[in-house]
Design a protein. Sequence first.
Length: 325
Amino acid sequence: MAQTIKRVLVTGGAGFLGSHLCDRLVAAGHDVICLDNFFTSQKSNVAHLLQKPNFELIRHDITHDIWLEVDEIYNLACPAAPGHYQYNPIKTMKTSVLGAIHVLGMAKRCRAKVLQASTSEVYGDPEVHPQPESYRGNVNPIGTRACYDEGKRAAETLFFDYWRHNRVNIRVIRIFNTYGPRMHPYDGRVVSNFIRQAIQGAPITIFGQGNHTRSFCYVDDLIDGMIRMMNGPDDFVGPVNIGNPHEFTIKQLAEMIIELTGSPSKIDFRPLPSDDPTQRQPDITLARQKLGWEPRTALREGLLKTIEYFRSIKLEHFRAPTPNF
């Protein structure tokens, strides 16, 4: 039976994750509208799609309303690196909250299915490890990271209220640390920072003693989980953790990147920022049960592909989105 062609909106579609999602949706034959304000994203991420007849790019800020006719919406718009979302914390909160209101209103009007790209940051600095979806988190609502943490938590609230009261067909995923080709070299995330520094032979900057942990999911695996959630049964709306359950210390990550790049870089330890989570590991039991999903790419394999990408680009062609980097 032939696949139904859908009109799909991807907010934040020129970003790291959004561009990979657009690739997959365009390749599947859907009519894709990529919406982005290009604050932390790159037009080059989707330049190869511009000549495709089923791809459209719109420069727009989702904090402002937009009127489109669509069947599905993936809401990915929001700066995700601490330096970027803390640069203008009020705008970050507006992006999460007003962005959710605008895509939910569109979904209600169009009877469209809408997926919220939430985050593991809703768990804050967790007191439960690993983190299941039932854990309500340990977030400082007045801290420097709260604009992102609480903005995403408020967006989840809006999604579930639209689902309960307006019968909007929602999906909510909580994304854990993701990496891969098309990461912005100055996005401030640990993988991109370490690879850029290693390639340049600069000191690898670790905040803290390097014993805090993260779980790193390769981008292809993450997009698989996101699409499975959108295409899954309507009686499972989430939230569901999408991430890699294999946990590594930040020091282990730095040492692996130095090894894989053959870099002479040394590690430079610096003070840990406030409210930075000490542990981060997803419990993906629900994703396995409901979506039949789990990541397949080992960290070394994914890092080699990401390093190859970083070596293929010219760093001078990239501008740090904020003065933080």
